[in-house]
Design a protein around this ligand. Sequence first.
Ligand code: NAP
Length: 680
Amino acid sequence: MTLLESYAAGRWFRADDEGAPLLDAVTGEEVARLSSTGLDLGAMVAHAKDVGGPALRALTFHERAGLLKAMAKDLLAVKDELYELSFRTGATRRDSGVDIDGGIGTVFSIASKGTRELPNDTVHVDGGLEPLGRAGTFVAQHVWTSRPGVAVQVNAFNFPVWGFLEKLAPAFLAGSPSIVKPAEQTAYLTEAVVRRIVESGLLPEGSLQLLCGPPQGLLDELTVQDRVAFTGSAHTAGLLRNHTNVLHGGVELTVEADSLNCSILGPDVTADDPELDVFVKGVVTEMTVKAGQKCTAIRRVIVPRAMQDTVADAIAARLASVTVGDPRSEEVRMGALVSLDQREEVRKAVQSLRASADLVFGDPDHVDVVDADADRGAFISPVLLRAHDGAVEPHDVEAFGPVSTLVAYDSVADAVRLAARGRGSLAGSVVTHDPAVAREVVLGLAPWHGRIVVLNRDDAAEAAAAGGHGSPLPVLVHGGPGRAGGGEELGGIRGVLHHLQRTAVQASPDMLTAITGRWTTGSRRTEDGVHPFRKSLADLRVGDTITSAPRTVSRADIDHFAEFTGDTFYAHTDPEAAAQNPLFGGIVAHGYLVVSLAAGLFVDPDPGPVLANFGVDSLRFLTPVKADDTIAVTLTVKQITPRTSADYGEVRWDALVANAAGDPVATYDVLTLVAKEWPA
Ligand code: NAP
């Protein structure tokens, strides 16, 4: 008997009772047993806060990202074992790809975003500097910092790998230790992944713990600064929302709940258009992937009334070719539901839906299966229904299986109104080749959805390769308003920021430089006689500055630049026309000439530690430069970001070009790569 263990307070915990059996979705055989009897949840929470949190927060965002990447690479090595186990949940190889490769890919994506978009530091600045007084001695900056709490992650059964990795990675990057609570049905797959991660020794102790078994009392242990990210049914979400520590104790709860997602066929699409095929394929894919056990699956198929029969026939024809059975079998397109109990739930939901809908395809009580025993496995046929006019149930009842309902609409406004009757969804889609329809539907649906996919003949193939309607992507937000729970996850770095605290800090520029590790406009500059381009990354300091000699910009310079580059815009070349320009009142130098001259003024030309200039940020031309004006540039080290995986790092320089009167002519950030050591 395999009793699943929890990883708690630095060791594997095994309950001393027999636990409840978890059954293979396909054969009905016992896979493992589950119990958390005797598990000290308070000790887990304390371990996360006393051991995991401090260890994580001692690392920079980049160091945490590096560990996540190493973890993801390590998991790739055991993918085959995970696939084997995943078959037992009823998942086909394609389904497991979404869960296992999708989960590992999500960690890679978040790690890579962390390296590119967060600093190699423990504090992250948000937005620009806000001046609070005239003299510039009192300014403000918003900053993001890690919280000292624990991130508890409660997951649904349908994605035992992706579901926890997509929550773990952002929390880890944010410096929050995680306690992962998988749903019971598929906990054995999550346990296998966590076991591998723990055995790899890659993550700091206490940053990841696993709770296998009933979580009774877990929320009682949580307090202010702790965060629960829940994915599951609206019913359980309701229970958690009403927990006293959520209501009164400062525990933050985010919810990803069930959702009656829709796909709308545009009124422009005819039976001869390629969009019809795109639409039908999309619906059938969403009905059958993971046997429809996807929170983003299309439950409501909203079509123009005149196209109802055509669409129903086309979907039914495709569903007829879907082979159901043992997910290991090559010919099988759809595996089993996760359990016999779940099948009962789906059958009950279909029964409710049938109160106001007719059956178009499938029998919820019978299905022919391949290479499997239909009585022992949790198999069910795909079921397509067609709603009566005014039906309530399709907008209310979630059948968490391969079940969708056709709903007819009479106008685009009617389609949008029907979509909104789902009271908030994770994902919606519209298939249309008409830009006006796309705009009307998307703007109508947007307040009700976390993500919307617009499909037509142009993007369908690539959209399908990217997962189509139903695939949450690590760079896009996942979540939705209302019934969908009101939560938001992923979305690149947005998913990390949910775990951080944003604070407005008001101080002098020097203090803000010290606090943020980033040079703040108005704070001290250091000129020590050594050109900063002669300093390696190890020697450079935030605030190191070079103030250039002045240079006069002549009319000949402007003429030469115009002729040389071909930029003969009248304001640089035609005195009479330029005199009429309300902003310039005469010939002015090109902005790019000013920036180019500035580079000539600040650069130190000899080979040295500065390896390359890779761009500029936030370039603004503020005061026109006229012939015979004099400019000078001040270049200051603003931010130093060593790259963990290279022998150079990024240096962001504050560039300020000013004229003889001291007016700023141009401001921008110069981005360079600088060797960590020089000479190497
Ligand atoms: P569920 O019954 O609500 O369970 C979800 C999780 O909550 C499980 O880990 C469960 O643990 C745990 N749980 C139950 N009672 C709890 C309590 N009192 N305190 C703390 N945790 C508790 O949902 P499910 O049946 O696993 O999943 C299916 C549902 O999830 C569907 O409705 C689907 O739409 C939704 N879903 C939503 C998303 C999304 O991103 N929005 C994604 C996937 C699924 P046990 O298993 O140990 O009971």
